[in-house]
Write a protein that binds this ligand. Structure first.
Ligand code: ATP
Ligand code: MG
Length: 431
């Protein structure tokens, strides 16, 4: 029978790599909790029209990247391509706005986009995102940006570039859009085919085309910052001032756009060095018009999403060492010894130790080899003699030092044991 492979654009995350994922997740979770963000979990699929309205039909995501199908009840269903639309739907549907004030939410999970797979670009990928709903204050923009920067910093990411732009209000954008189309019309025939297509549907997206010739044309295009009204300009100035106060470096990029009308004011991206073509690890901005677009009360909001695959690729390349440390490896031989070992392992785990038990029943010398390879700090040994005496041999694998203990003392003296484990561990990691 043939062997069935993983689907194109998806991949298994094996235990050696999961350590990195857990590290990123734990770091994010702690940091977001410190900033008073609460986790929200929404379904992996939603009704298709949520994304059509919430992301926009003129976007690549809705136009060509969605996993859409009819379910058995003939409803059009889509696997979520991003997290914001679902979060905003949940915010409206569960009337989170009725709690008053600002809602700070975050999420983590799989997203699905039908794209051409390459390094850092998959069909199933993962994002961590935040949404800060209910504040128009520029401090909210600065807060979410600062949290993204802090997360990168806590993870030890050495270098990144923060690009910043403002898209103003939807009126500002409309005026800018007209000016842009006017300008681009002159070069219509020189634009790449995708951009020609976007000229009427979604002209702002032409500014971030990857085509060299189009980029050349875009460089001389009118600058959106010249089209901001006084309030928009003030908002943007304040965001920049706050970032400077926070010591967060940024550079202005007038070509950084989001394609849709309800994206307003601040737009930003974090790019990481050393990721090649897929350098953007985090994208975000203000979306003051989205909550009303999806049928909720007028609610300003700002947020971002980080692509976890790209972040983890970078951490792996940096050879960040993460050890999943094991306290004990337990070897035993003989029926009675094996039974006692099983109980002892459970009791050690109840005391908070991590313990791996050898299940092979093979010779002690083979079991010892596995103990050495396991990375455990100490080996718990039970043979026939130990089973008779209710004792164990405890062998410290780094020093080779060995002691005999009563099994019950091993459990009762867990505090001393913990201290010795810690001391051995830190001596070993500093040597
Ligand atoms: P790109 O320009 O790379 O396609 P995007 O603008 O479509 O990115 P967003 O929708 O802003 O991306 O999503 C935020 C982040 O999610 C991206 O910066 C990226 O890190 C990650 N991301 C998006 N699409 C993918 C994908 N197909 N595979 C892996 N990560 C992705
Ligand atoms: Mg994309």
């Amino acid at each position: 029978m043939g062997f069935i492979q993983v689907s194109r654009g998806t991949r298994d995350i094996l235990p050696e790599e999961v350590i990195y994922w857990q590290h990123v997740e734990a770091t994010a979770r702690e940091l977001l909790q410190q900033a008073a963000y609460r986790e929200l979990r929404t379904p992996i699929f939603e009704q298709t029209n949520l994304f059509e309205r919430g992301i926009g039909e003129a976007t690549d995501v809705v136009g060509k990247e969605m996993y859409t199908f009819n379910d058995r009840g003939d409803r059009s269903i889509t696997l979520r391509p991003e997290g914001t639309a679902g979060a905003v739907r949940a915010y409206i549907e569960n009337k989170l706005y009725a709690q008053g004030g600002v809602q700070r939410l975050w999420y983590i999970g799989s997203m699905f986009r039908y794209e051409r797979p390459q390094t850092g670009r998959q069909r199933q990928f993962h994002q961590i995102g935040v949404e800060c709903l209910g504040s128009i204050d520029p401090r909210a923009d600065a807060e979410v940006i600062a949290i993204a920067a802090q997360l990168l910093q806590s993870l030890g990411v050495p270098e990144w570039t923060l690009s910043l732009n403002s898209l103003g209000t939807s009126e500002d954008r409309q005026r800018y859009r007209d000016a842009l189309v006017n300008y681009l019309d002159q070069y219509k025939d020189d634009l790449d085919p995708d951009s020609q297509d976007r000229l009427q549907r979604n002209p702002l997206r032409i500014l971030d085309s990857k085509d060299a010739k189009t980029q050349e044309i875009a460089k001389a295009a009118p600058n959106i910052l010249g089209y901001l009204d006084t309030d928009s300009q003030q908002h943007f100035d304040r965001v920049q001032q706050l970032l400077t106060d926070l010591d967060i470096a940024y550079k202005l990029n007038p070509c950084l756009v989001r394609g849709l009308d309800y994206y307003t004011h601040t737009a930003f991206e974090f790019e990481l060095d050393g990721l090649g073509a897929q350098a953007t690890v985090c994208g975000g901005g203000r979306y003051d018009g989205l909550v009303t677009e999806l049928g909720g009360p007028d609610t300003p909001a700002v947020g971002w999403a980080i692509g976890m695959e790209r972040l983890i690729l970078l951490l792996q390349n940096a050879e960040l060492t993460l050890n999943q440390s094991l306290d004990f490896y337990c070897v035993a031989r003989g029926l009675e010894a094996e039974a006692q070992a099983l109980i002892l392992c459970q009791n050690l785990r109840k005391q908070g130790f991590s313990v791996e038990m050898d299940l092979s029943g093979s010779t002690f010398s083979k079991q010892f080899k596995r103990a050495d390879r396991s990375g455990a700090i100490a080996c718990v040994i039970l043979g026939e003699t130990e089973a008779c005496d209710r004792t164990v041999q405890l062998k410290w694998l780094i020093s080779g030092e060995q002691e005999s203990l009563l099994q019950k003392d091993l459990i009762n003296q867990s505090q001393q044991l913990r201290e010795k484990l810690m001391a051995t561990k830190s001596a070993n990691s500093s040597s």
